[in-house]
Write a protein that binds this ligand. Sequence first.
Ligand code: AP5
Length: 210
Amino acid sequence: MSGSIVLFGPPGAGKGTQAGRIVDLTGKPQVSTGDMLRTAVKAGTKMGAEAKVYMDAGLLVPDSVIIGLIEERLTQSDAVNGVLFDGFPRTIPQAESLANIAVVESVISIEVPDDAIVERIVGRRMDPETGDIYHITFNPAPSEVESRLIQRKDDTEDTVRARLEAYHTQTAPLAAWYSERGLLISIDGNQPINQVGDAVEDAVRTTMSV
Ligand code: AP5
């Protein structure tokens, strides 16, 4: 089982929330371009400073930057048996570049309507120590970690609307691109977290023979 999995869907669909279950099931490392970019922003690198302008505006970071990050990440030894891509690819040029450097075996699309997305994103809280993802209503954090939770800078209502616009114009067409290649499996993401997780696990078991 040496291929990679793509976790696909709009911002706030639950990709990060469900990634852990796939990592546990397959042993493949999670490769989140959003997390990689936030690490670069925090480290104050030149690339991070450039990416931050796009991220704060809810726009996609240019393909050349993202493809460079992924090419470098895939040279690491833990990627040899495939990885779980979270939030990548997000444009057709990114998917074409990926097809040249890795084998994608399964694309799991978590589908959530726009009206549910805004509430999910505005209520999201992150634990900076563990990376755990919570929601003030749908997945409250335990009281002992509450005081250290942070809100992502791009998790505002205005920025979410820009991110959704970028998703519909630049990313959503990828669903048809992967469907034409027989790789897309769609999950109803508009149900409780555990039920989405069960459906995601079923999709992985069906398509990856784990
Ligand atoms: P990125 O970090 O990838 O953000 P995103 O795709 O917008 O996705 P999110 O992390 O917001 O959502 P998610 O699907 O992981 O949802 P989560 O599980 O947290 O990208 C950020 C930015 O970086 C982009 O805007 C862009 O600028 C740049 N970027 C990144 N990758 C790029 C690329 N490849 N190309 C170009 N630019 C790129 O869940 C959200 C909330 O909902 C949480 O609070 C959670 O608790 C809750 N929740 C989850 N599931 C459920 C459920 N079933 N029911 C109720 N609540 C739920």
